[in-house]
Write a protein that binds this ligand. Structure first.
Ligand code: SF4
Length: 209
């Protein structure tokens, strides 16, 4: 079966199974999503959500983060790991947003990538979930599923993103990545995929081989 046809079937099944899939990071405004994605590097979304529940009550605006005491911010985000680097990036990013972007989060990839701590994954998430601009978010789940299903054979996130762009209809880019996270957690787990109970097994190279 042609790869695009397989993708169409997978999208149909995922829409039925994970129709309401959305970002698993909790946020109430664009700034919070940006900060949470910076914190999510090398950390689970669950842990980030626990940390940010308090964090966003303490730092309620972009200037609160930009002017935060570095040591205090480090302590506040410590459980997410790599906290020194993350605290520095959060402060610098918020300072740049105030100085160069009038306190607004950019709506394009080029400017987003200039922010410290922001890579393509974060930029695509912001574009898709905040601005409704299609973007493919390649996290650990999307990468693993794309490899197993046979949509990409690369371990490089950027290459996987571009491979997916070739075979996934643009209107499905943002949603499909959220759905892959759900499927990766529930069925196609990292250690042992539950292929016997997987609804897309017919369309997956790994499961059907
Ligand atoms: S068939 Fe197996 S490897 Fe393929 S997506 Fe399903 S659980 Fe993952």
């Amino acid at each position: 079966m042609d790869i695009r046809e397989r993708v169409r079937h997978i999208i149909y099944i995922f829409d039925k199974t994970y129709g309401d899939a959305q970002c698993t990071l909790k946020y109430n405004k664009p700034l919070e999503l940006l900060i949470s994605t910076i914190l999510a590097a090398q950390c689970t979304d669950e842990r980030v959500n626990i940390v940010t529940e308090k964090l966003y009550k303490k730092y309620i605006s972009i200037s609160h983060f930009a002017n935060a005491d570095l040591n205090e911010l480090e302590e506040d985000i410590k459980p997410t790991g790599f906290f020194r680097n993350k605290a520095k990036n959060i402060k610098e990013t918020c300072r740049i947003l105030i100085d160069k972007y009038n306190g607004q989060i950019p709506d394009n990839m080029e400017d987003l990538l200039k922010l410290p701590g922001v890579g393509r994954k974060t930029a695509n998430l912001i574009l898709g979930d905040i601005y409704g601009i299609p973007g493919i978010v390649v996290d650990t789940h999307a990468k693993r599923l794309s490899n197993r299903i046979g949509l990409s054979n690369s371990s490089d996130a950027k290459k996987v993103e571009f491979d997916l762009m070739k075979v996934v209809p643009t209107e499905n880019w943002s949603k499909l990545c959220h759905q892959m996270v759900y499927h990766g957690r529930a069925v196609c787990k990292a250690r042992k995929p539950d292929c016997e109970n997987c609804k897309i097994i017919k369309y997956c190279n790994y499961g059907s081989s």
